[in-house]
Design a binder for this molecule. Structure first.
Ligand code: GRF
Length: 205
């Protein structure tokens, strides 16, 4: 039976709290999916421990042992295709994906980003939102295309910025919302509830 389940790969580089949120949603039967692979480009990523604790297949793929980015990504493609992965979920994966990888999983790669895109793409965005004086930030789940943090937006959550916020306090409140909207966005895809129309992600009738 499990072979009929929707197959996720979760790509990580660090702490893995979003991976954990996905695992928890599956274990609570809120997501009809299985995680076929947790892949990290960082050897000691805590996300790998989380995966192991839940009996998942985890792989550390060391970028240093490959001659270049293209070879590394080909290895990722081969690995994910060998698992017949239906959806690639980036969850704190700190590498920019190349054209070939994006084409290999066209329309099947999503990412979670800790700002309300298109505001504050890139890195350290909670700090940027705070320093900019924004009154609201939040998080975004989006499809991945060749533009960094630029693909069609699937879901967002708004988080108010308080006068007394630090980078840590804001990041923490944004993260709470990430853990809610990431599994929800995955669910919309699994249940075939959305379609992409240009830049827009719309509910199917
Ligand atoms: C999250 O803030 C996510 O939005 C960003 O990287 C962070 C990953 O955190 N892309 P975690 O590893 O899931 O805890």
């Amino acid at each position: 039976m499990s072979s009929e389940k929707f197959k996720l790969a979760v790509l990580v580089s660090g702490r893995g709290s979003n991976l954990q949120a996905i695992i928890d949603s599956i274990e609570k039967n809120n997501l009809a999916a299985e995680i076929s692979l947790v892949l990290s480009n960082v050897k000691d990523a805590y996300a790998l421990e989380r995966g192991k604790k839940h009996g998942l297949e985890v792989v550390f793929l060391d970028p240093k042992v490959f001659p270049g980015k293209a070879d590394y990504e080909q290895q990722m493609i081969d690995l994910l295709q060998s698992k017949s992965v239906d959806l690639v979920c980036l969850a704190g994966f700190m590498r920019i994906l190349g054209e070939k990888f994006i084409e290999a999983f066209s329309g099947k790669i999503i990412n979670i980003h800790p700002s309300l895109l298109p505001a504050f793409p890139g890195l350290n965005v909670q700090k940027k939102a705070l320093e900019h004086g924004a009154k609201f930030s939040g998080c975004t789940v989006h499809f991945v295309n060749e533009e960094v943090d630029g693909g069609p937006i699937i879901k967002q959550a708004v988080v108010p910025i308080h006068d007394e916020d630090s980078i840590d306090s804001l990041s923490e409140r944004i993260l709470e919302q990430e853990h809610i909207i990431y599994p929800e966005a995955i669910r919309l895809i699994i249940e075939d509830k959305i379609k992409v129309s240009g830049r827009r992600v719309l509910q199917k009738a």
